[in-house]
Structure formats: structure tokens, C-alpha cells
Design a protein around this ligand. Structure first.
Ligand code: HGA
Length: 605
């Protein structure tokens, strides 16, 4: 999603800004831009194409400066056209880049129009630019502080002013922003990743912070204007650009990285000990009486899968909610519940807000399942389990999902053990199964050629139904989500038992029905559902465990899963669905890693 980079230095920083944007490119955006102070005037270049195009523009126009800000935009207010691309100017005096949404931009715009300001974009961001301009009395830091007090909503901003060389002012509320510390130069970015190569020393700004970058240092105040000493953290883990290697897309690469990612995420310990989640977890986990899982999108489906594990293995009541719904709903807090938030980036705006909402209601114990150790979510929760998926570039999540499942399975077993529902024998059997997962996944990945054969057929469809039961219903949901995200085929998932209550009306020869068929307690029920589809001329595509006796027949296409995997089977069964979506999208020629309208790391509400 949107990215911010800013810098003050005693050298031309345009290439640093462009390189920063390049590093954030994978998140998805629809326009980009850069502004610098050149001979005391703000100058900018903007593009509705890629960062490479912006780079060409700045080279052609010889844009150069020692103070600058840059942005990748994912439009929320106003179409992705050049006039709406950031940096946004106010009266050719100051320039701003903004991530987030200003909810009270309409009254502010009216007020500013009344003061004679003209609006040339449709963005909410332009009100921030003019508001700072209207409050500027020779001190940009003071004007920004006064401005943010009037904003409602979420923002991370970086601002420069023509009269303040070697100064960039930033502020954050609800969107991430980090300061990068250099020698005689300083930086600002929405993600430390953007500054890899320039520095490894970072300050992660807190909600409400306003900062001022100068050549020789950084000043930070909190929301009350009090000086805010913030910890400087050394973050060395950010490598260079991730290579695609022999793969056609990052999504394909990431699907094939799953055995490695899962093996890195499985704890080395020989027992499921709560200290895996944090020092105080042994004390707290023994007292909790329920779980409340909050997440969005694919992470929500990992939470739904975990509910089955938590209730069946650990016998602990578990509620799973879509974060964007929970945050605005009246609900009853339970101080003895463990609130679990799940997010690949740890910066998902809705999930962070849901976490905050839960805490404000009186929830005390919180755990994040996250792929980024320095993220806001990790910093704001009591306990953490880090997945080790590595950087996920494809917008459609794959390895982040399966590693979240591993993390949540470990949580279920840990709670089962504390609550006396896991014998030593069961514990070592589950550990053995977990350790064998990477090898089992490799044999599922070997099904790719068979799945490619199906994808040709799929690429000509416009609709698809996905069916699963029990533990595999969330996997059907995830399979449908993957297909729609990257191939733009309309896909819906249902628990197979629901078919007769409505969706069966849609079944014709033109509607492929994808079914996840593990050999579990619901197999016979699922087989009946399969027959219901066949009886109506539907075309079934079934991923069946080898011992299910579901075989190819008229209207029934079967790919055999190599092994039956019991409770961990969702982790295996989702992989062919990822491959089906991927190859169908390739056959349709879509932009697989950057599907239209979508972005990675959803940092706006
Ligand atoms: N609201 C601003 C910024 C959008 C954003 O943060 N996207 O991720 C705009 O629409 O320009």
C-alpha cells in the first residue's frame, strides 16, 4: 500500500528516495512521486506508471536536491491520476506526502476554501497541505503540530517547506512511520525496509508523535508536545532486493518456499512450552479461559482454521472476528480472554485498530502472530509468536498463511498441554507430524503439472464454487479468495452442507465446483454433497486424500493428495488451491504479483 520516504542530507538524495520507493513497490500502488527543495523552491515529478518511469523523469529533468520526500500512492480519495499523485503542494511553498485517510477533510476543505485556498486535487491529503500552510508562521514543526491536532482519521505524513532547507517534518497517527538515523543525514519512511542500504539505526515513532529531521539530529515530541525520548533500534535484517530466481512470479516462488518457511517457523523445542510466546506466558496462559481472534482477509481464515484446533485439542472456547467489524461493534470484554491478532505485516490498519479497541474495552492479555518483528502489532501486544515466512512480495498471501497456521497450531497444542488435554504421547506424535510437514508439502508441490492441466479449463470460466467441511471450510474460503484476487474469476466458498440451502441453484455445467476432500470424519457427508452436484450436471474438481476412494468419473475430476495428514491437513490442502489460482491467473494473463486494485500491507482503513 502507500509508501513514504524522506531524507535530509548534504548530497543529492533523489536516488535514495527513488531506491526507497523501489523497495516499497511490491506493496502495490497506482501512482508515485518525489519532491525536493531545489535552489530554495519545491520541485516535483509524478507518474501514474511505475517507479522506473518516475526514475526516468527525474533523470531527464535532472531533478536534484538535498531535502526531499517521495511517495507511492494507493488511491483512496480521487482517481489515480497525476493531479492526485503525491507530493501535494500548497501554493508552491510546501510539499507533503501522506498515507492514510483524513475523515474530516470535507469540513476542513470548506473552512480552507473560505480562507481563499484553491483545491487542485480530489485527495483528502490536500487539506493537510493547505492547513499547514495556513498555520505556518516561520516554524514548520510548530505548524505541523498545530495541524495534526485538527485532523481526524489516520495519517503518516512527511512535509518540506521552501523556507526551511535541510528540514523534513513527519507525524503519525494510525499509520506507521520510522526515522532512520545516519551520519550527518537523516531519513523518514513508512517501513524500515525502504531505508536498507542507507542506515540500520531506526526509531519507530509512536502514535501521535511529531518529528523534525535536520542534518545533525532528530527532534521528537509526543501528542502532548512533550519531548519524547524514543529507543534507537539496530535492525540489520533487511537485505537487498529479493531475487525471483527460476520462477515466473513471486507468488509462485513463495508457494514453493513454503516447506522452508514452515520448517523455520516450527519451534526447535521438544515440548510445547508457553515461554515460546513470551516470558510471562507460562503465568498468563494458565489463567485464560477463552480466545478472541481478530484479523482480516487471509489472516482471518487462518484464525477460522485455528478455532477448530483450539476447541478440539485445547478445549478452549474461541471466537474469531473480522477486525474491521469488531472495532465498531458493541461487544462484551472478558479480561480472562487472550486476544490474538494475526497479520503478515503487523501494520494492518483494521487489525491494529481492533486490538486497540479490545484493549480499551478492558481486554488485558494480547498475543500477535506476525511476520515482522519490528511491526506496530508486535510492539503493542504482550506476547508474540513470529512466523518466519521471510519477505512476501506477492500481494496474494501464500507462505504467510501457512506459517500462520503452524503458529496457531503450536498455540493450540501449548494451551492443550497447560490445560491438561495433551498427553506426552500425543505431544510427541504432533511434534513428529509438524517436523514431517515440510517433506509432505514437497510432495504436494509435485502435483503442479496436474494442476496446470486443470487451470487451462478454469481460465475460461467466470464463476467457481469452493466446498469444504469442518476444518477445511476455511481452506475452501481461502482457495476462493486466492482465485478471485489474482484471476478475477468470481469465486465463493461454502461449507458443503450448506449447498442445498441456496448455492446449489447456481450449479450448471458452466460452474466448476472445487472440493477439498480429506479423509476425515465428515468424508461420507462430503461424498453425498459431491453426488448432489453431479446429479445436477455440475463439474467437480476434487483434491482428495488417496484413501478416500473418490475416483475420476464423468463430471468428476480428481487429484490425489499424497498423504492423509489428520488435523494438520489444512496446511497441505491449501497448497493445491494456491497453485490452481496461480496457474489460472497466468493462463488469463493477469498481473499476478500486483493484482488490480489490491495492495500488500493494508495500512488504510
Ligand atoms: N488518502 C490519500 C492517501 C491514500 C493512502 O494512504 N493509500 O494507502 C489519497 O487518496 O491520496
Amino acid at each position: 500500500m502507500c509508501g513514504i520516504v524522506g531524507a535530509v542530507a548534504q548530497r543529492n538524495i533523489v536516488s535514495v528516495l527513488i531506491e526507497g520507493l523501489r523497495r516499497l513497490e511490491y506493496r502495490g500502488y497506482d501512482s508515485c512521486g518525489v519532491a525536493v527543495l531545489a535552489n530554495g523552491e519545491p520541485r516535483r515529478a509524478r507518474s501514474v506508471a511505475r517507479v522506473a518511469d518516475l526514475d526516468e523523469q527525474v533523470r531527464d529533468t535532472k531533478l536534484a536536491g538535498e531535502t526531499g520526500i517521495a511517495h507511492t500512492r494507493w488511491a483512496t480519495h480521487g482517481a489515480p491520476v497525476t493531479d492526485n499523485a503525491h507530493p501535494i503542494f500548497s501554493r508552491d511553498t510546501l510539499a507533503i506526502v501522506h498515507n492514510g485517510i483524513i475523515e474530516n477533510y470535507e469540513p476542513l476543505r470548506e473552512m480552507l476554501r473560505g480562507k481563499g485556498y484553491e483545491f487542485v486535487s480530489q485527495t483528502d491529503t490536500e487539506v493537510i497541505a493547505h492547513l499547514i500552510h495556513s498555520l505556518y508562521r516561520g516554524d514548520l514543526f510548530a505548524a505541523v503540530r498545530e495541524t495534526v491536532r485538527q485532523l481526524h482519521g489516520a495519517y503518516a505524513i512527511a512535509v518540506l517547506h521552501k523556507d526551511q532547507p535541510h528540514t523534513v517534518v513527519g507525524a503519525r497517527q494510525g499509520s506507521p512511520l520510522v526515522v532512520g538515523l545516519g551520519d550527518g543525514e537523516n531519513f523518514l519512511a513508512s517501513d524500515a525496509l525502504a531505508l536498507a542500504g542507507s542506515t540500520d539505526r531506526f526509531i519507530f515513532l509512536e502514535e501521535g508523535d511529531v518529528c523534525e529531521l535536520k542534518l545533525d539530529g532528530v527532534r521528537i515530541v509526543d501528542r502532548d508536545g512533550e519531548p519524547a525520548p524514543r529507543e534507537v533500534r539496530q535492525v540489520a535484517a533487511y537485505g537487498g532486493a529479493v531475487e525471483l530466481g527460476p520462477y515466473r512470479h513471486f507468488m509462485q516462488k513463495e508457494i514453493f518456499e513454503q516447506p522452508r518457511a514452515i520448517s523455520d517457523t516450527i519451534p526447535q523445542a521438544d515440548a510445547f512450552d508457553p515461554s515460546l510466546f513470551g516470558d510471562d506466558a507460562p503465568k498468563v496462559f494458565g489463567k485464560i479461559d477463552s480466545l478472541l481472534i481478530l484479523a482480516c482477509g487471509t489472516s482471518y481464515y487462518s484464525g477460522l482454521t485455528a478455532k477448530y484446533w483450539l476447541e478440539s485439542i485445547a478445549k478452549i472456547p474461541t471466537q474469531v472476528e473480522i477486525a474491521s467489524e469488531y472495532r465498531y461493534r458493541d461487544s462484551v470484554p472478558n479480561p480472562n480472554a487472550l486476544v490474538v491478532v494475526i497479520s503478515q505485516s503487523g501494520e494492518t490498519a483494521d487489525t491494529l485498530a481492533a486490538l486497540k479497541h479490545a484493549q480499551s474495552l478492558g481486554h488485558v492479555h494480547t498475543l500477535s502472530v506476525c511476520n515482522v518483528g519490528t511491526s506496530a502489532m508486535v510492539r503493542q501486544t504482550e506476547f508474540t509468536f513470529l512466523t518466519h515466512a521471510g519477505r512476501e512480495i506477492g500481494v496474494a498471501s501464500t507462505k504467510a498463511f501457512t506459517t500462520q497456521l503452524v503458529a496457531l497450531f503450536v498455540l493450540a497444542l501449548t494451551l492443550a498441554r497447560i490445560r491438561g488435554h495433551l498427553s506426552d504421547a500425543q505431544e510427541s506424535s504432533y511434534l513428529k507430524q509438524l517436523r514431517h510437514l515440510p517433506a509432505a508439502l514437497n510432495s504436494v508441490l509435485a502435483l503442479e503439472p496436474q494442476i496446470i492441466a486443470w487451470s487451462e479449463e478454469f481460465s475460461r470460466k467466470e464463476n467457481a464454487l469452493f466446498l469444504g467441511r469442518g476444518l477445511h471450510y476455511p481452506i475452501a474460503l481461502e482457495g476462493a479468495l486466492k482465485l478471485k484476487e489474482i484471476s478475477y474469476i468470481h469465486a465463493e466458498a461454502y461449507p458443503a452442507g450448506e449447498l442445498k440451502h441456496g448455492p446449489l441453484a447456481l450449479v450448471t455445467e458452466a460452474m466448476p465446483v472445487v472440493t477439498v476432500a480429506p479423509n476425515d470424519a465428515l468424508l461420507e457427508k462430503l461424498k453425498s454433497n459431491i453426488q448432489e452436484v453431479r446429479a445436477r450436471g455440475g463439474q467437480l474438481y476434487v483434491f482428495a486424500d488417496s484413501d478416500t476412494r473418490i475416483v475420476n468419473a464423468e463430471g468428476l475430476h480428481v487429484i490425489r493428495m499424497p498423504e492423509h495428514y489428520g488435523l494438520l491437513s489444512p496446511i497441505l490442502h491449501v497448497v493445491p488451491l494456491q497453485l490452481l489460482a496461480y496457474h489460472t491467473a497466468c493462463a488469463r494473463g493477469t498481473d499476478v504479483d500486483k493484482p488490480r486494485n489490491l495492495a500488500k500491507s493494508v495500512t488504510v482503513e
